[in-house]
Design a protein around this ligand. Sequence first.
Ligand SMILES: [Zn+2]
Ligand SMILES: [Zn+2]
Length: 240
Amino acid sequence: MVTQCENSLREVAAQVYRHGMQNGHLECAACGMQRLTEDGLWQHFPLFHVNQPNVGLQSCCICDKRVSNFAVHLRNEHGPPGRGEMEAENRKQIPLYSFALVVCRHPDGRFLLVQEFCNQGFWLPGGAVDPHESLSSAAIRETKEEAGIDIELTGKLVLLIEHASREQYVRMRWIFAARPKDVHQLPKSIPDYESVGASWVSLEEISQLRLRGTEPIQWCNYLANGGQVYPLSLLQDHGK
Ligand SMILES: [Zn+2]
Ligand SMILES: [Zn+2]
């Protein structure tokens, strides 16, 4: 323990005294301290041994269960969390799905919208990031697949990062601003699994289209009105 706080020293001294006064049946496997109660060990272990490397699989001295990290097991399954008096740490792993969406503006002021499959309406180009793929590669790939347009993420381009935590998964959406590499390239017009096709549309036209969601209105207006964009260099964007 390293402290500059006198109160912390007093608090720890009181805790050590209380632990010494207990009449439990448990012994700390790390230091041999005896006669600890369950709550005593629950407080003692992090106080004295929080910096001790995990020794790996071992039997819990309270419940005999074989556990891979005693400190974590003790914290969450014994003492107050074990009795339901306090929350156990939520160590449940849930999947994270990342999506890259692209707000692509033509130099003439129009925006690139995709007509989604299954009659869902128009939406921004974009989709799920594949395993081993970087966010920016996914943005470029999805725009090509859905809209037939090669885009450039010009370096000042993250509009928003949206994190949506649900019961079974976390959805993270990265919204990029972009421009076409070739202003004369025509958007995709032959339907396939990825989309029905794509078009360059003005802000007025967007508001008249049947949209899959409100994002095209929101983000195209945002970009057209000079909304703040952030440098692409914010991203440590690893992957192919
Ligand atoms: Zn100990
Ligand atoms: Zn246990």
